[in-house]
Structures are given as C-alpha cells and as structure tokens.
Design a protein. Structure first.
Length: 155
C-alpha cells in the first residue's frame, strides 16, 4: 500500500518581490520532489510561484480560493476550491496543510501563520514574520523550508 500523501502549504504575498517569487518557486519544486502536495491560496505572487515550482517538480497543487469562481485560480493549480469566504479562507489554507512554508508576506500571511500555529502546525519562514520561539522557524531558502516542512511531518 502506498504511503498517504502529505500536504504542505506555501503562503506569502500576492504582491511579492522577485526574490520572494524565486524562493517560493524553489520551495514548491522541492516539496513536489519530496512527494508533498502543495496547498496555496490559489492566486498570484508567492502562491503562483509555488504552484509553478511544484508543477516543474512533477507535483500536484491545490488552490483554496477566496472567491466563487474556479477560473480565479492561477494556471498552475490542479484542484481549485472556490470558497466564497474572501480572506477568511486563510484559515482553510492553514488547516488543509500539515506544515507551512511562509515566504515573505503581509497581513494575510500573518493570519495564516496564526491559524497554523494555533493548530499546532509548524511554520518555516524565508524572510517572513519574526514571532519568537513559538512562531516561525526562520530558514535561509525555499528549499530548506520545504525540507524542514516535510521532515516535520515524517521525522
């Protein structure tokens, strides 16, 4: 019997810097190589870069969308889940994953981090929020964040 799939969210700003996009792409690709399904908010910026990376690595992607239209998903989302919840969908992104990679990010990212940590899920961040010892584990790259995230699920 095959091992059950693991789910790792990649979160970050829709309006991301080129460096953040590069790190998100690297995280998505490495997660796919490690066999994880990549969960995002399904839109642009970090979310799209992570999904693009996952597809380049041969992986699967899930986009949990804020609106009601499947077509709002970026082109690299395999399974688009419209929620109609707006920003409240951030809690679903965090809860759908077993670990989280945060790349940069603004208020929405902070909300997703809070939901993940409240649920006891680890968060590994590249240039993301510094929230102390029980918050985000800072790492140097998207690849490192992906490896730590998967390692936290399958120690």
């Amino acid at each position: 019997m095959a091992e059950r799939p693991i789910y790792v969210a990649v979160i970050g700003a829709g309006d991301a810097s080129p460096e953040q996009l590069e790190q998100a792409h690297a995280a998505g690709r490495r997660l796919a190589e490690l066999g994880a399904i990549v969960v995002t908010g399904g839109r642009g910026g970090v979310m799209e870069a992570a999904c693009r990376g996952a597809k380049a690595g041969g992986g699967q992607t899930v986009g949990i969308l804020p609106g009601l239209d499947h077509s709002d998903a970026n082109a690299f989302v395999d399974i688009a889940l419209p929620t109609g919840l707006g920003e409240l969908r951030n809690g679903l992104v965090a809860r759908a994953a077993e670990a989280v990679v945060a790349v940069g990010g603004a208020w929405g990212t902070l909300a997703e981090i809070a939901f993940a940590r409240a649920a006891g899920k680890p968060v590994f961040g590249v240039g993301s929020w510094d929230l102390g010892a029980n918050g985000v584990v800072a790492v140097d790259s998207g690849v490192e964040a992906a490896e730590h995230a998967v390692g936290s699920i399958h120690p």
